[in-house]
Write a protein that binds this ligand. Structure first.
Ligand code: ZN
Ligand code: FE
Length: 251
């Protein structure tokens, strides 16, 4: 499969996986117009849509795309049922699309029914895992989001993480405020700053690197633990994650 990303709105990416014969699947089309342009430019034939969660910037283009391509199969979790989904999927399901198998990984936290999709080496992480960060907790609890990120972090080192937003620079500014002396965080911040100054994409990213620079994946790491004020006395990783997430909310 070939990986492509289409920018949408201010900072969304709509990921497209395509085969050499032109068949493709579209992930979280928040709007239809940029997808229709890319489909025409590349002479793709869309066969499926994968939805990660119900937010408008991820599902807003589904109805219009279905009008253009009535055969489209739209996979999504239960919370997307009224957003044009034709096949409701859940944790552990295996989808067969474009001749590849996609595993559904239930990752509640950002919303209560959020899912990610994995077909090696690609992880479509929606608004759960961002480069350098993670999604805001709109519906789920910190403990749920912590568990969701643990599941994603356990995927193979060479996993290619395709996040739904270009939030990397802001995330790394926050990461630097937490771990100002960390060499990996500093190096990646500089790299991302240069890419964004040239208006280039920072995504996708490799999971092996993400585990080093993403503080939300480092809540068990001694350097991180040493930065938490002692008086908070946070014993559990879920508690440390909750502390970190609320710090980011106020950053
Ligand atoms: Zn969202
Ligand atoms: Fe989003």
């Amino acid at each position: 499969m070939n990986l492509n990303s289409i920018p949408a709105f201010q900072d969304n990416y709509i990921w497209v996986l395509s085969q050499d014969d032109g068949r493709c699947l579209i992930v979280d089309p928040g709007e239809a117009a940029p997808v229709l342009r890319a489909v025409a430019d590349n002479q793709w034939q869309p066969v499926a849509i994968l939805l990660t969660h119900h937010h408008h910037d991820h599902v807003g283009g589904v109805k219009e795309l279905k009008e253009h391509f009535p055969e489209l199969v739209v996979y999504g979790p239960e919370e997307t049922q009224d957003k044009g989904t034709t096949q409701v999927i859940k944790e552990g399901d295996k989808l067969h699309v474009l001749g590849c198998e996609f595993s559904v990984i239930f990752t509640p936290g950002h919303t209560s029914g959020h899912v990610c999709y994995f077909s090696a080496p690609y992880l479509l992480s929606g608004d759960t895992l961002f480069s350098g960060g993670c999604g805001r907790l709109f519906e789920g609890t910190p403990a749920q989001m912590y568990q969701s990120l643990q599941k994603l972090s356990a995927l193979p080192d060479q996993t290619i993480v395709c996040c739904a937003h270009e939030y990397t620079l802001a995330n790394m500014k926050f990461a630097l405020s937490v771990l100002p002396d960390d060499p990996a965080v500093n190096d990646y911040f500089m790299e991302v700053k240069e890419l964004r100054a040239k208006n280039q994409k920072t995504l996708p990213v490799i999971l092996k690197n993400e585990r080093k620079i993403n503080v939300f994946l480092r809540t068990d790491d001694a350097d991180f633990i040493s930065k938490i004020p002692r008086e908070t006395n946070l014993q559990q990783p879920e508690q440390r994650f909750a502390w970190l997430r609320s710090k980011k909310d106020d950053f």
